[in-house]
Design a protein around this ligand. Structure first.
Ligand code: MTE
Length: 302
């Protein structure tokens, strides 16, 4: 598959020796026509504040409520999840509905490194060097039909392996959704790795969505079903708190959560004396995604 897009953080910011694959992908990307448009974001990305978080931070401070609601619970409990074999059911308005085996998907996809900011709705953030493929490429495998306008996602639900689902914190299984144009955007990926290694269970093994310009809860973990539909799908956090969590959930420093400000964020790993950082519109990806929302009231469509 061609590399149609570039992420805005340089691989030089994450230099684990095992990241050769991704480096190749990035070089291929840089050779493409998109290079001119990258000059600015890359310059910004060399800022020290955008260094990726380290492996321990990314894999020990998690939200994955199926394994508990404390930040350390997923790292403690997610080893119980069986991730092999794994398949993803792709259905709805597609030409080739069916169960797609994870190994078959991987053999078809081009794995790239994407260093993305992750901004949680709880006002903390990290920078994560993901490995993965564009969701658009997976959807192309299934063949999106003309009438499709939205994409619905579902996380695996296995009470035997997920101690957190005994508690009705959310209406399980965890579900999420995107508008089709958001899903097809080149920044939207399915992550299968972290720092060049398979993605750990607590981060959503074996494959999880990553939509870097939206609050982290849109980035649904351990996906087992993807449905193309013509109607806006329900989403877990919106069902749990419709006034607090909208369908769009684009990162927006100007629209506060009803119970806290979204103007600033605490960078995980920033150290005891690090100040809060200003939150960026669309989490810093506005150049690439703002056009998706032209003419839309982003306070109303929060
Ligand atoms: N996906 C599922 N299935 N269950 C969850 O609880 N939490 C979300 C999102 N995906 C969540 C989920 C939230 S709130 C965030 S901020 C990110 O995952 C956290 O991803 P990370 O743990 O890899 O940093």
């Amino acid at each position: 598959m061609a590399h149609r897009w570039k992420n805005d953080l340089s691989p030089a910011d994450a230099t684990p020796p095992w990241a050769y694959l991704s480096r190749r992908a990035l070089m291929l990307g840089a050779a493409g026509a998109g290079l001119a448009g990258l000059a600015r974001p890359l310059a910004a990305a060399t800022d020290d504040a955008l260094k990726p978080n380290d492996w321990d931070e990314i894999t020990s401070y998690n939200n994955y409520y199926e394994f508990g609601t404390n930040k350390g619970d997923p790292a403690k409990n997610a080893h119980m999840l069986t991730t092999s074999p794994w398949s993803v059911r792709i259905d709805g308005l597609v030409d080739r509905p069916g169960n797609y085996d994870f190994a078959d998907i991987m053999s078809e996809m081009t794995i790239e490194e994407r260093i993305y900011r992750l901004r949680c709705v709880e006002a903390w953030s990290m920078v994560v060097p993901w490995n993965g493929f564009e969701l658009a490429d997976l959807l192309a495998m299934a063949g999106v039909q003309d009438g499709a306008r939205y994409v619905a996602f579902e996380t695996v639900l296995r009470p035997q392996e997920m101690p957190g689902v005994r508690f009705p914190v959310l209406d399980w299984p965890y579900v999420e959704g995107l508008r089709l144009d958001e899903a097809l955007h080149p920044l939207t990926i399915m992550a299968t790795g972290l720092y060049g290694k398979p993605i750990p269970n607590q981060n959503g093994a074996p494959l999880r969505l990553v939509v870097p310009w939206k609050y982290g809860f849109k980035s649904i973990k351990s996906v087992v079903r993807i449905t193309l539909t013509d109607t806006q799908p329900p989403t877990s956090w919106n069902k749990a708190g419709p006034r607090e969590y909208g369908f769009y959930s684009n990162v927006n420093p100007n629209v506060d959560h009803p119970r806290w400000s979204q103007a600033t964020e605490r960078r995980i790993g920033g150290g005891l004396f690090a100040g809060r950082e200003p939150t960026q519109m669309f989490n810093g990806y506005g150049d690439q995604v703002a056009a998706l929302y032209d003419g839309m009231d982003l306070a109303e469509n929060f």
